[in-house]
Design a protein around this ligand. Structure first.
Ligand code: SF4
Ligand code: SF4
Length: 238
């Protein structure tokens, strides 16, 4: 019997996607509507597509004031976003060709130049699809690659089999809070009942990033990606 999930996963992987999952969105509908409006919130499911960053580039982020490191990270970030956007488009076309609705949301779905508002949280879709948990750094942490990925999403009504969220494995680790130069990360475990501000003061990260933009251009320091032991081949999670 035909398995459309399997077909889409194999197709996604042929496009360079490393992690593929499908989320049932009803539990997050009001949050999604608040962020992206009624059209975005009108889809029952989401295909979550994750693409890895390159370890050798992320491992260099410990030198986050070095110009070669910064320009390489920025180039990688943009290239992975572009590759993900292409993959999301082609997956959406494949879904549409089967007679279903498909609405691709790009890897960077910011609504304004300040980058403070997004039309959709790829993290919510990836979490509900079972690809990872929300870490103390507020990033999606996957078992396979930690936070070393970027995500794009295709909203759809295709009758795909959905995953379910996995256990949070941050435990007593506070490495991301300890290393954060702006002290934005507070070291508090994710709780879906609490607002994000309890875990991270985004304004501190934004201010720190703004200073870096003046000096280096448009890229954050990435230390909270670099330091996470999940996905870091040089460190084992405790
Ligand atoms: S990008 Fe840098 S400043 Fe911002 S939260 Fe991560 S470690 Fe902190
Ligand atoms: S560095 Fe530690 S606390 Fe932070 S997200 Fe990774 S596992 Fe969780």
């Amino acid at each position: 019997m035909r398995n459309f999930n399997e077909e889409l996963m194999v197709y996604s992987k042929s496009l360079g996607v490393d992690l593929f999952g499908v989320a049932e969105l009803s539990s997050a509908k009001s949050f999604i509507e608040k962020q992206g409006g009624p059209h975005v919130a009108g889809f029952p499911r989401a295909v979550s597509l994750g693409m890895r960053l390159l370890d050798d580039v992320v491992d260099q982020l410990v030198n986050h004031g070095d110009l070669v490191t910064i320009s390489t990270y920025r180039g990688l970030y943009m290239a992975v976003n572009a590759a993900l956007d292409r993959a999301a488009l082609l997956v959406a076309k494949r879904i549409q060709d089967e007679g279903f609705r498909a609405y691709p949301l790009p890897a960077s779905s910011m609504l304004n130049n300040e980058g403070l508002e997004a039309s959709f949280s790829h993290k919510v879709a990836a979490n509900l699809a079972g690809l990872g948990w929300v870490g103390k750094n507020c990033l999606l942490i996957t078992l396979e690659y930690g936070p070393r990925l970027r995500f794009a999403t295709v909203l759809t009504d295709a009758p795909l089999t959905t995953g379910s969220p996995i256990k949070n494995r941050c435990g007593s680790c506070t490495l991301c809070a300890d290393i954060c130069p702006s002290k934005a990360i507070r070291g508090r475990a994710f709780n879906s009942d609490e607002p994000r501000d309890v875990r991270i003061d985004a304004s501190l990260c934004d201010m720190y990033t703004e200073n870096r933009i003046q000096t280096f251009g448009d890229v954050n320091c990435g230390l909270c990606v670099y330091v996470c032991p999940h996905g870091n081949k040089r460190k084992k999670p405790s």
